[in-house]
Design a binder for this molecule. Sequence first.
Ligand code: FPP
Length: 245
Amino acid sequence: MNTMDLPRHIAVIMDGNGRWATKRHLPRFAGHRAGLEAARELATICVKKGIEVLTLFAFSSENWLRPTEEVSFLMDLFLTALEREADKLHQQNIQLRIIGERDRFDVKLQQQIKRVEALTAKNTGLKLNIAVNYGGRWDITEACKKLALEVEKGLLSSQDITPELVNQKMALSDLPPPDLFIRTSGEQRISNFMLWQFAYTELYFSEALWPDFNETELEKALAFFAGRERRFGYTSEQIREKQHA
Ligand code: FPP
């Protein structure tokens, strides 16, 4: 595949861990563990392919509603993953960032997040973002609060608020927005993921359950992406003219 056809930024909803486990008569926890493996593998494949940004939705603002044991298991899994994976991520020149509301996490988890982000902050390879306790509506609300504060302080007039300015206040505003969104397990929903950033994102839905999402499945998503004509509001003719200019 021509590197021109590769997405710069891929965003993923890793869905289907529970069903993967249930199909194997295993507890749901086993599905999440296998899901972590699949996430790690995908990051390595993205490094190999030269993808610039990978954003993974690991825990939504709504996931607190799950049974307490499952929530605790996931929080423990995030903590041990950060502890165990930090050095490997660093060796791969990966820059790790966590997006989402952190206040609700255990202090230990908050400390680990800070440590790994600081450790990998200057890395120049894949930018790996993990969305934890994240929600698209939360992200937009936070941006509104930041702008409202500037208006309150007299630093900004409400008349000067533009989409570009709102964008500057959103999570990951320093990175290109996702070109390709992938959701596994056959569900066709965005589920309050990056609502603002997905304005022009190509949406791909895979039937694979997340722990089974491997390089072959990624290739299918990339082939889908390469076949899309991205118009960003222009007509097909205009896009062709731009390509030949
Ligand atoms: C969705 O599957 C998955 C989650 C809510 C958790 C995602 C977490 C991981 C993949 C592991 C940690 C990964 C990182 C990168 C830290 P589901 O449980 O909703 O599956 P189901 O719909 O089949 O029940």
